[in-house]
Ligand binder design. Sequence first.
Ligand code: NAP
Ligand code: MG
Length: 464
Amino acid sequence: MKAHDGMYIGGQWRPAAGPDTIAVVNPADEQVIAHVPAGTADDVDAAVRAAREAFPAWAATPPAERAARIAALRDVLVARKDEIAETVTAELGAPLALSRTVHAGVPVLVAGSYAELAASYSFEERIGNSTVLLEPVGVVGAITPWNYPLHQVVAKVAPALAAGCTVVLKPAEDTPLTAQLFAEAIHEAGLPAGVFNLVTGLGPVAGQALAAHEGVDLVSFTGSTAVGRQIGATAGAAVKRVALELGGKSANVILPSADLAKAVSVGIANVMSNSGQTCSAWTRMLVHKNQYDEALALAAAAVAKYVPGERVGPLVNAKQQQRVRGYIEKGLAEGARLVAGGPEAPYETGYYVSPTVFADVTWDMTIAQEEIFGPVLSILKYEDEEDALRIANGTVYGLAGAVWAADEAEAVAFARRMDTGQVDINGGRFNPLAPFGGYKQSGVGRELGPHGLSEYLQTKSLQF
Ligand code: NAP
Ligand code: MG
Protein backbone atom coordinates (compact mmCIF):
# COMPACT_ATOMS: atom_id res chain seq x y z
CA MET A 1 0.00 0.00 0.00
CA LYS A 2 1.04 3.54 -0.70
CA ALA A 3 2.31 5.40 2.39
CA HIS A 4 3.96 8.74 3.12
CA ASP A 5 7.24 8.58 5.01
CA GLY A 6 6.74 12.03 6.56
CA MET A 7 4.26 14.13 8.50
CA TYR A 8 1.72 16.50 6.95
CA ILE A 9 2.56 19.80 8.66
CA GLY A 10 1.99 23.36 7.48
CA GLY A 11 0.52 22.25 4.16
CA GLN A 12 3.31 19.89 3.10
CA TRP A 13 4.77 16.44 3.75
CA ARG A 14 7.88 16.93 5.87
CA PRO A 15 10.47 14.43 7.10
CA ALA A 16 9.77 13.11 10.59
CA ALA A 17 11.99 14.30 13.43
CA GLY A 18 13.08 10.78 14.41
CA PRO A 19 13.99 7.56 12.56
CA ASP A 20 11.43 5.19 14.09
CA THR A 21 8.57 3.73 12.07
CA ILE A 22 5.36 1.80 12.69
CA ALA A 23 4.57 -1.31 10.64
CA VAL A 24 1.00 -1.38 9.32
CA VAL A 25 -0.43 -4.90 9.26
CA ASN A 26 -3.37 -6.31 7.30
CA PRO A 27 -5.32 -8.17 10.01
CA ALA A 28 -6.92 -10.56 7.51
CA ASP A 29 -3.61 -12.14 6.42
CA GLU A 30 -1.12 -10.71 8.98
CA GLN A 31 1.11 -9.26 6.24
CA VAL A 32 2.94 -5.97 6.71
CA ILE A 33 1.55 -3.63 4.06
CA ALA A 34 3.36 -0.36 4.81
CA HIS A 35 5.43 1.63 7.27
CA VAL A 36 4.69 5.11 8.57
CA PRO A 37 6.82 7.36 10.76
CA ALA A 38 6.45 7.11 14.53
CA GLY A 39 6.13 10.72 15.60
CA THR A 40 7.92 12.22 18.58
CA ALA A 41 7.28 15.25 20.78
CA ASP A 42 9.30 17.28 18.25
CA ASP A 43 6.93 16.40 15.42
CA VAL A 44 3.96 17.26 17.62
CA ASP A 45 5.57 20.58 18.54
CA ALA A 46 6.14 21.47 14.87
CA ALA A 47 2.54 20.55 14.04
CA VAL A 48 1.09 22.57 16.93
CA ARG A 49 3.19 25.60 15.90
CA ALA A 50 1.87 25.32 12.33
CA ALA A 51 -1.69 25.07 13.64
CA ARG A 52 -1.21 28.11 15.91
CA GLU A 53 0.23 30.13 13.09
CA ALA A 54 -2.68 29.29 10.81
CA PHE A 55 -5.33 29.91 13.47
CA PRO A 56 -5.91 33.71 13.35
CA ALA A 57 -6.47 33.82 9.60
CA TRP A 58 -8.67 30.72 9.53
CA ALA A 59 -10.71 31.96 12.49
CA ALA A 60 -11.26 35.23 10.62
CA THR A 61 -12.24 33.52 7.35
CA PRO A 62 -15.94 34.14 6.65
CA PRO A 63 -18.07 31.08 7.50
CA ALA A 64 -19.26 30.86 3.89
CA GLU A 65 -15.66 30.44 2.73
CA ARG A 66 -14.96 27.82 5.41
CA ALA A 67 -18.15 26.07 4.26
CA ALA A 68 -16.88 26.07 0.66
CA ARG A 69 -13.59 24.44 1.71
CA ILE A 70 -15.42 21.76 3.72
CA ALA A 71 -17.71 21.14 0.75
CA ALA A 72 -14.60 20.74 -1.42
CA LEU A 73 -13.22 18.27 1.13
CA ARG A 74 -16.46 16.28 0.96
CA ASP A 75 -16.17 16.23 -2.84
CA VAL A 76 -12.63 14.82 -2.65
CA LEU A 77 -13.83 12.14 -0.22
CA VAL A 78 -16.52 11.25 -2.77
CA ALA A 79 -14.06 11.21 -5.67
CA ARG A 80 -11.62 8.99 -3.76
CA LYS A 81 -14.16 6.71 -2.07
CA ASP A 82 -12.89 3.49 -3.68
CA GLU A 83 -9.33 4.16 -2.59
CA ILE A 84 -10.56 5.01 0.92
CA ALA A 85 -12.60 1.80 1.14
CA GLU A 86 -9.66 -0.32 -0.07
CA THR A 87 -7.32 1.32 2.44
CA VAL A 88 -9.71 0.77 5.35
CA THR A 89 -10.13 -2.85 4.32
CA ALA A 90 -6.36 -3.31 4.11
CA GLU A 91 -5.49 -1.87 7.52
CA LEU A 92 -8.67 -2.55 9.56
CA GLY A 93 -9.77 -5.76 7.86
CA ALA A 94 -13.40 -4.70 7.33
CA PRO A 95 -15.20 -6.52 4.49
CA LEU A 96 -15.05 -4.35 1.37
CA ALA A 97 -18.84 -3.91 1.23
CA LEU A 98 -18.82 -2.46 4.76
CA SER A 99 -15.83 -0.26 3.94
CA ARG A 100 -17.67 1.17 0.93
CA THR A 101 -21.01 1.84 2.59
CA VAL A 102 -20.01 2.76 6.12
CA HIS A 103 -16.29 3.56 6.39
CA ALA A 104 -16.12 5.57 3.16
CA GLY A 105 -19.80 6.56 3.02
CA VAL A 106 -20.59 7.98 6.45
CA PRO A 107 -17.71 10.52 6.45
CA VAL A 108 -19.14 11.98 3.24
CA LEU A 109 -22.46 12.57 5.04
CA VAL A 110 -20.74 14.08 8.07
CA ALA A 111 -18.43 16.35 6.04
CA GLY A 112 -21.46 17.41 3.97
CA SER A 113 -23.46 18.18 7.10
CA TYR A 114 -20.69 20.49 8.36
CA ALA A 115 -20.35 22.22 4.99
CA GLU A 116 -24.04 23.09 5.36
CA LEU A 117 -23.81 23.97 9.05
CA ALA A 118 -20.81 26.25 8.57
CA ALA A 119 -22.84 28.20 6.03
CA SER A 120 -26.10 28.32 7.97
CA TYR A 121 -25.04 28.40 11.63
CA SER A 122 -25.54 31.62 13.50
CA PHE A 123 -22.18 32.51 15.06
CA GLU A 124 -23.85 35.37 16.91
CA GLU A 125 -26.95 35.57 19.09
CA ARG A 126 -28.89 38.23 21.03
CA ILE A 127 -29.72 37.64 24.69
CA GLY A 128 -31.43 40.62 26.31
CA ASN A 129 -29.06 43.57 26.08
CA SER A 130 -26.15 41.37 25.03
CA THR A 131 -24.76 40.14 21.75
CA VAL A 132 -23.10 36.79 22.21
CA LEU A 133 -20.31 35.97 19.78
CA LEU A 134 -19.55 32.28 19.20
CA GLU A 135 -15.83 32.16 18.55
CA PRO A 136 -13.52 29.22 17.73
CA VAL A 137 -11.77 27.66 20.72
CA GLY A 138 -8.35 27.66 19.03
CA VAL A 139 -6.00 24.78 18.25
CA VAL A 140 -7.55 21.33 18.56
CA GLY A 141 -5.54 18.22 19.40
CA ALA A 142 -7.53 15.30 17.98
CA ILE A 143 -6.69 11.73 19.04
CA THR A 144 -8.64 9.01 17.27
CA PRO A 145 -9.08 5.21 17.44
CA TRP A 146 -8.91 2.60 14.68
CA ASN A 147 -12.44 1.22 14.74
CA TYR A 148 -13.89 3.74 12.26
CA PRO A 149 -10.62 5.17 10.94
CA LEU A 150 -12.06 7.90 8.71
CA HIS A 151 -15.34 8.61 10.49
CA GLN A 152 -13.64 9.26 13.83
CA VAL A 153 -11.31 11.74 12.11
CA VAL A 154 -14.03 13.55 10.14
CA ALA A 155 -16.35 13.71 13.16
CA LYS A 156 -13.69 15.87 14.84
CA VAL A 157 -11.99 17.71 11.99
CA ALA A 158 -15.10 18.80 10.06
CA PRO A 159 -16.78 20.60 13.00
CA ALA A 160 -13.43 22.03 14.13
CA LEU A 161 -12.87 23.55 10.67
CA ALA A 162 -16.48 24.75 10.50
CA ALA A 163 -16.00 26.53 13.83
CA GLY A 164 -12.79 28.20 12.67
CA CYS A 165 -10.39 26.06 14.70
CA THR A 166 -7.17 24.54 13.38
CA VAL A 167 -6.24 20.93 14.07
CA VAL A 168 -3.40 18.53 14.83
CA LEU A 169 -4.45 14.90 14.41
CA LYS A 170 -2.78 11.85 16.02
CA PRO A 171 -4.60 8.84 14.52
CA ALA A 172 -4.48 5.29 15.87
CA GLU A 173 -1.24 3.44 15.19
CA ASP A 174 -3.18 0.57 13.58
CA THR A 175 -4.87 2.72 10.93
CA PRO A 176 -2.52 5.54 9.88
CA LEU A 177 -2.91 5.02 6.11
CA THR A 178 -6.53 6.18 6.10
CA ALA A 179 -5.41 9.26 8.05
CA GLN A 180 -2.70 9.97 5.47
CA LEU A 181 -5.33 9.71 2.71
CA PHE A 182 -7.44 12.19 4.64
CA ALA A 183 -4.49 14.60 4.80
CA GLU A 184 -4.16 14.28 1.02
CA ALA A 185 -7.86 15.06 0.68
CA ILE A 186 -7.44 18.17 2.86
CA HIS A 187 -4.61 19.30 0.61
CA GLU A 188 -6.57 18.68 -2.59
CA ALA A 189 -9.55 20.54 -1.17
CA GLY A 190 -7.40 23.65 -0.87
CA LEU A 191 -7.45 24.14 2.89
CA PRO A 192 -4.87 26.79 3.81
CA ALA A 193 -1.49 25.52 5.06
CA GLY A 194 -1.44 24.67 8.77
CA VAL A 195 -5.21 24.48 9.20
CA PHE A 196 -4.94 20.69 9.39
CA ASN A 197 -1.79 18.80 10.43
CA LEU A 198 -1.10 15.10 10.81
CA VAL A 199 1.38 13.39 13.13
CA THR A 200 1.35 9.58 13.01
CA GLY A 201 2.75 7.81 16.03
CA LEU A 202 2.19 5.88 19.23
CA GLY A 203 -0.34 6.93 21.85
CA PRO A 204 1.96 7.14 24.87
CA VAL A 205 4.50 9.16 22.83
CA ALA A 206 2.88 11.33 20.17
CA GLY A 207 -0.62 11.19 21.69
CA GLN A 208 0.61 12.08 25.15
CA ALA A 209 2.75 14.94 23.77
CA LEU A 210 -0.25 16.34 21.91
CA ALA A 211 -2.61 16.11 24.90
CA ALA A 212 -0.04 17.85 27.11
CA HIS A 213 1.14 20.52 24.63
CA GLU A 214 0.55 24.03 25.95
CA GLY A 215 -0.28 25.28 22.46
CA VAL A 216 -3.36 23.05 22.30
CA ASP A 217 -6.63 24.64 23.52
CA LEU A 218 -8.95 21.65 23.24
CA VAL A 219 -8.18 17.94 23.31
CA SER A 220 -10.79 15.82 21.56
CA PHE A 221 -10.27 12.13 22.24
CA THR A 222 -12.10 8.98 21.20
CA GLY A 223 -10.99 5.63 22.55
CA SER A 224 -10.79 3.59 25.71
CA THR A 225 -12.01 4.81 29.08
CA ALA A 226 -8.60 4.10 30.63
CA VAL A 227 -6.74 6.43 28.24
CA GLY A 228 -9.63 8.94 28.28
CA ARG A 229 -9.36 9.26 32.05
CA GLN A 230 -5.63 10.00 31.72
CA ILE A 231 -6.19 12.57 28.96
CA GLY A 232 -8.95 14.22 30.99
CA ALA A 233 -6.56 14.54 33.94
CA THR A 234 -3.78 16.00 31.77
CA ALA A 235 -6.17 18.50 30.18
CA GLY A 236 -7.72 19.37 33.53
CA ALA A 237 -4.34 20.13 35.10
CA ALA A 238 -3.63 22.59 32.28
CA VAL A 239 -7.21 24.03 32.35
CA LYS A 240 -7.71 22.96 28.76
CA ARG A 241 -11.01 22.00 27.28
CA VAL A 242 -11.52 18.31 26.71
CA ALA A 243 -14.03 16.15 24.88
CA LEU A 244 -14.02 12.42 25.58
CA GLU A 245 -15.88 9.84 23.55
CA LEU A 246 -15.26 6.60 25.41
CA GLY A 247 -16.55 3.07 25.69
CA GLY A 248 -20.04 1.64 25.89
CA LYS A 249 -22.02 -1.42 26.97
CA SER A 250 -25.33 -0.55 25.42
CA ALA A 251 -28.61 -2.33 26.07
CA ASN A 252 -31.01 -3.54 23.40
CA VAL A 253 -34.28 -3.72 25.34
CA ILE A 254 -36.95 -5.87 23.71
CA LEU A 255 -40.27 -5.19 25.45
CA PRO A 256 -42.85 -8.03 25.39
CA SER A 257 -45.08 -6.31 22.82
CA ALA A 258 -42.24 -5.94 20.27
CA ASP A 259 -41.74 -7.79 16.98
CA LEU A 260 -39.31 -10.26 18.56
CA ALA A 261 -37.90 -11.73 15.34
CA LYS A 262 -37.10 -8.32 13.91
CA ALA A 263 -35.64 -7.01 17.17
CA VAL A 264 -33.38 -10.05 17.52
CA SER A 265 -32.14 -10.05 13.94
CA VAL A 266 -31.44 -6.29 13.88
CA GLY A 267 -29.78 -6.67 17.29
CA ILE A 268 -27.46 -9.42 16.00
CA ALA A 269 -26.59 -7.37 12.90
CA ASN A 270 -25.82 -4.36 15.09
CA VAL A 271 -23.33 -6.31 17.21
CA MET A 272 -21.66 -8.27 14.39
CA SER A 273 -21.13 -5.25 12.14
CA ASN A 274 -17.48 -4.14 12.01
CA SER A 275 -16.61 -7.34 13.93
CA GLY A 276 -18.21 -5.84 17.03
CA GLN A 277 -15.66 -3.03 17.15
CA THR A 278 -18.25 -0.29 17.62
CA CYS A 279 -18.42 1.75 20.82
CA SER A 280 -22.20 2.18 20.50
CA ALA A 281 -22.93 -1.53 19.77
CA TRP A 282 -25.91 -3.04 21.64
CA THR A 283 -23.85 -5.79 23.25
CA ARG A 284 -26.48 -6.68 25.87
CA MET A 285 -29.83 -7.94 24.60
CA LEU A 286 -32.58 -7.84 27.24
CA VAL A 287 -35.49 -10.24 26.72
CA HIS A 288 -38.59 -10.94 28.86
CA LYS A 289 -38.42 -14.31 30.65
CA ASN A 290 -41.48 -15.67 28.77
CA GLN A 291 -39.83 -14.99 25.41
CA TYR A 292 -36.29 -15.95 26.36
CA ASP A 293 -36.10 -19.42 24.74
CA GLU A 294 -37.70 -18.17 21.56
CA ALA A 295 -35.21 -15.27 21.43
CA LEU A 296 -32.27 -17.68 21.85
CA ALA A 297 -33.49 -19.81 18.94
CA LEU A 298 -33.94 -16.71 16.76
CA ALA A 299 -30.47 -15.44 17.73
CA ALA A 300 -28.81 -18.78 16.93
CA ALA A 301 -30.42 -18.78 13.47
CA ALA A 302 -29.54 -15.13 12.83
CA VAL A 303 -25.89 -15.37 13.88
CA ALA A 304 -25.26 -18.37 11.61
CA LYS A 305 -25.33 -15.96 8.64
CA TYR A 306 -22.29 -14.09 9.97
CA VAL A 307 -19.43 -16.15 8.60
CA PRO A 308 -15.94 -14.95 9.53
CA GLY A 309 -14.00 -13.97 6.43
CA GLU A 310 -17.23 -13.22 4.58
CA ARG A 311 -19.69 -10.96 6.38
CA VAL A 312 -17.48 -10.58 9.46
CA GLY A 313 -13.90 -9.38 9.19
CA PRO A 314 -11.04 -10.06 11.58
CA LEU A 315 -10.33 -7.94 14.64
CA VAL A 316 -7.85 -5.13 14.14
CA ASN A 317 -4.80 -6.80 15.69
CA ALA A 318 -3.57 -9.87 17.59
CA LYS A 319 -3.89 -8.13 20.95
CA GLN A 320 -7.57 -7.36 20.42
CA GLN A 321 -8.16 -10.92 19.19
CA GLN A 322 -6.58 -12.31 22.36
CA ARG A 323 -8.47 -9.85 24.53
CA VAL A 324 -11.83 -10.78 23.03
CA ARG A 325 -11.12 -14.52 23.23
CA GLY A 326 -10.17 -13.97 26.87
CA TYR A 327 -13.56 -12.38 27.52
CA ILE A 328 -15.32 -15.36 25.93
CA GLU A 329 -13.38 -17.70 28.23
CA LYS A 330 -14.28 -15.51 31.18
CA GLY A 331 -17.97 -15.68 30.24
CA LEU A 332 -17.81 -19.48 30.27
CA ALA A 333 -15.90 -19.51 33.55
CA GLU A 334 -18.54 -17.29 35.18
CA GLY A 335 -21.35 -19.64 34.11
CA ALA A 336 -22.76 -18.17 30.90
CA ARG A 337 -23.85 -20.67 28.20
CA LEU A 338 -22.78 -20.56 24.55
CA VAL A 339 -25.54 -20.34 21.96
CA ALA A 340 -23.05 -19.79 19.13
CA GLY A 341 -19.31 -19.33 18.68
CA GLY A 342 -16.72 -19.78 21.40
CA PRO A 343 -13.14 -18.89 22.28
CA GLU A 344 -11.41 -20.93 19.54
CA ALA A 345 -10.17 -18.84 16.61
CA PRO A 346 -11.94 -19.97 13.42
CA TYR A 347 -8.81 -19.71 11.23
CA GLU A 348 -5.10 -20.11 11.81
CA THR A 349 -4.23 -16.96 9.90
CA GLY A 350 -5.88 -13.61 10.43
CA TYR A 351 -7.12 -12.13 13.70
CA TYR A 352 -10.60 -13.67 13.46
CA VAL A 353 -12.95 -14.40 16.35
CA SER A 354 -16.06 -16.58 15.98
CA PRO A 355 -19.31 -14.61 16.20
CA THR A 356 -20.39 -15.52 19.70
CA VAL A 357 -23.73 -15.41 21.51
CA PHE A 358 -24.09 -16.09 25.22
CA ALA A 359 -27.26 -17.09 27.10
CA ASP A 360 -27.87 -17.21 30.87
CA VAL A 361 -25.90 -14.01 31.34
CA THR A 362 -26.63 -12.13 34.56
CA TRP A 363 -26.17 -8.38 34.77
CA ASP A 364 -23.17 -8.55 37.11
CA MET A 365 -21.02 -10.93 35.01
CA THR A 366 -17.84 -9.51 33.51
CA ILE A 367 -19.18 -10.03 29.97
CA ALA A 368 -22.26 -7.95 30.86
CA GLN A 369 -20.27 -5.15 32.50
CA GLU A 370 -17.09 -4.59 30.48
CA GLU A 371 -16.66 -3.42 26.92
CA ILE A 372 -15.50 -6.46 24.90
CA PHE A 373 -15.08 -4.77 21.49
CA GLY A 374 -15.59 -7.93 19.48
CA PRO A 375 -18.40 -9.96 17.87
CA VAL A 376 -19.86 -11.07 21.20
CA LEU A 377 -23.48 -10.67 22.33
CA SER A 378 -24.88 -11.40 25.79
CA ILE A 379 -28.59 -12.20 26.08
CA LEU A 380 -30.04 -11.40 29.49
CA LYS A 381 -33.44 -12.34 30.94
CA TYR A 382 -35.67 -9.80 32.73
CA GLU A 383 -38.69 -10.33 34.99
CA ASP A 384 -40.64 -7.15 34.29
CA GLU A 385 -40.10 -3.63 32.99
CA GLU A 386 -38.54 -2.33 36.23
CA ASP A 387 -36.08 -5.21 36.18
CA ALA A 388 -35.25 -4.45 32.53
CA LEU A 389 -34.58 -0.81 33.41
CA ARG A 390 -32.37 -1.75 36.33
CA ILE A 391 -30.31 -4.07 34.12
CA ALA A 392 -30.17 -1.56 31.23
CA ASN A 393 -28.84 1.18 33.52
CA GLY A 394 -26.66 -1.16 35.57
CA THR A 395 -23.22 -0.43 34.08
CA VAL A 396 -20.76 2.45 34.35
CA TYR A 397 -21.44 3.23 30.67
CA GLY A 398 -24.23 5.11 28.90
CA LEU A 399 -23.44 5.66 25.24
CA ALA A 400 -26.29 4.19 23.19
CA GLY A 401 -29.11 1.66 23.27
CA ALA A 402 -32.30 0.46 21.65
CA VAL A 403 -35.89 -0.10 22.68
CA TRP A 404 -38.43 -2.20 20.80
CA ALA A 405 -42.20 -2.21 21.46
CA ALA A 406 -45.41 -2.53 19.43
CA ASP A 407 -46.28 1.02 20.31
CA GLU A 408 -43.73 3.79 19.69
CA ALA A 409 -44.97 5.74 22.73
CA GLU A 410 -44.33 2.72 24.97
CA ALA A 411 -40.75 2.48 23.68
CA VAL A 412 -40.21 6.23 24.12
CA ALA A 413 -41.50 6.09 27.71
CA PHE A 414 -38.88 3.43 28.47
CA ALA A 415 -36.12 5.31 26.59
CA ARG A 416 -36.76 8.42 28.71
CA ARG A 417 -35.73 6.44 31.78
CA MET A 418 -32.49 5.11 30.29
CA ASP A 419 -29.20 6.71 31.40
CA THR A 420 -27.69 6.89 27.95
CA GLY A 421 -26.87 9.40 25.22
CA GLN A 422 -28.64 7.87 22.23
CA VAL A 423 -31.52 5.39 21.84
CA ASP A 424 -32.85 3.84 18.62
CA ILE A 425 -36.60 3.35 18.75
CA ASN A 426 -37.78 0.22 16.89
CA GLY A 427 -34.61 0.19 14.80
CA GLY A 428 -34.50 3.92 14.01
CA ARG A 429 -32.14 5.03 11.24
CA PHE A 430 -28.71 6.67 11.71
CA ASN A 431 -28.96 10.46 11.76
CA PRO A 432 -25.67 12.27 11.05
CA LEU A 433 -27.04 15.43 12.71
CA ALA A 434 -28.12 13.85 16.01
CA PRO A 435 -25.77 14.51 18.96
CA PHE A 436 -23.67 11.45 19.81
CA GLY A 437 -21.90 11.01 23.14
CA GLY A 438 -22.04 9.53 26.55
CA TYR A 439 -23.77 9.67 29.88
CA LYS A 440 -21.73 8.49 32.88
CA GLN A 441 -18.28 7.04 32.04
CA SER A 442 -19.02 6.90 28.31
CA GLY A 443 -17.64 10.38 28.05
CA VAL A 444 -17.89 14.12 28.12
CA GLY A 445 -19.19 16.19 25.23
CA ARG A 446 -21.08 15.47 22.03
CA GLU A 447 -20.14 14.87 18.42
CA LEU A 448 -22.06 15.43 15.14
CA GLY A 449 -24.54 18.06 14.06
CA PRO A 450 -24.94 21.47 15.69
CA HIS A 451 -24.21 20.06 19.16
CA GLY A 452 -20.91 18.71 17.83
CA LEU A 453 -20.10 22.11 16.33
CA SER A 454 -20.71 23.93 19.61
CA GLU A 455 -17.95 21.84 21.27
CA TYR A 456 -15.45 23.83 19.17
CA LEU A 457 -16.90 27.25 20.02
CA GLN A 458 -16.60 29.53 23.02
CA THR A 459 -18.80 32.50 23.85
CA LYS A 460 -17.96 36.16 24.20
CA SER A 461 -20.73 38.41 25.52
CA LEU A 462 -20.94 42.06 24.53
CA GLN A 463 -23.29 44.16 26.68
CA PHE A 464 -25.09 47.20 25.25
P1 NAP B 1 -6.81 3.49 23.06
O1 NAP B 1 -5.48 3.06 23.53
O2 NAP B 1 -7.67 4.28 23.96
O3 NAP B 1 -6.56 4.28 21.68
C1 NAP B 1 -7.24 5.44 21.23
C2 NAP B 1 -6.25 6.49 20.76
O4 NAP B 1 -5.53 7.02 21.86
C3 NAP B 1 -5.18 5.95 19.81
O5 NAP B 1 -4.83 6.93 18.87
C4 NAP B 1 -4.04 5.68 20.77
O6 NAP B 1 -2.79 5.55 20.17
C5 NAP B 1 -4.14 6.89 21.66
N1 NAP B 1 -3.47 6.74 22.96
C6 NAP B 1 -3.14 5.60 23.62
N2 NAP B 1 -2.51 5.89 24.78
C7 NAP B 1 -2.43 7.23 24.85
C8 NAP B 1 -1.90 8.14 25.80
N3 NAP B 1 -1.32 7.72 26.92
N4 NAP B 1 -1.98 9.46 25.55
C9 NAP B 1 -2.56 9.92 24.44
N5 NAP B 1 -3.09 9.11 23.49
C10 NAP B 1 -3.03 7.79 23.70
O7 NAP B 1 -7.63 2.26 22.58
P2 NAP B 1 -7.02 0.88 22.02
O8 NAP B 1 -5.84 0.44 22.82
O9 NAP B 1 -6.78 1.04 20.59
O10 NAP B 1 -8.24 -0.10 22.29
C11 NAP B 1 -8.44 -0.63 23.59
C12 NAP B 1 -9.90 -0.64 23.95
O11 NAP B 1 -10.46 0.65 23.87
C13 NAP B 1 -10.80 -1.44 23.03
O12 NAP B 1 -10.80 -2.79 23.31
C14 NAP B 1 -12.14 -0.83 23.29
O13 NAP B 1 -12.74 -1.35 24.44
C15 NAP B 1 -11.81 0.61 23.52
N6 NAP B 1 -12.03 1.43 22.31
C16 NAP B 1 -13.12 2.22 22.27
C17 NAP B 1 -13.34 3.00 21.17
C18 NAP B 1 -14.52 3.91 21.07
O14 NAP B 1 -14.88 4.29 19.98
N7 NAP B 1 -15.13 4.30 22.16
C19 NAP B 1 -12.49 2.94 20.07
C20 NAP B 1 -11.37 2.13 20.15
C21 NAP B 1 -11.16 1.40 21.27
P3 NAP B 1 -2.33 4.07 19.74
O15 NAP B 1 -3.11 3.76 18.53
O16 NAP B 1 -0.88 4.17 19.49
O17 NAP B 1 -2.64 3.15 20.88
MG1 MG C 1 -3.63 1.51 22.47
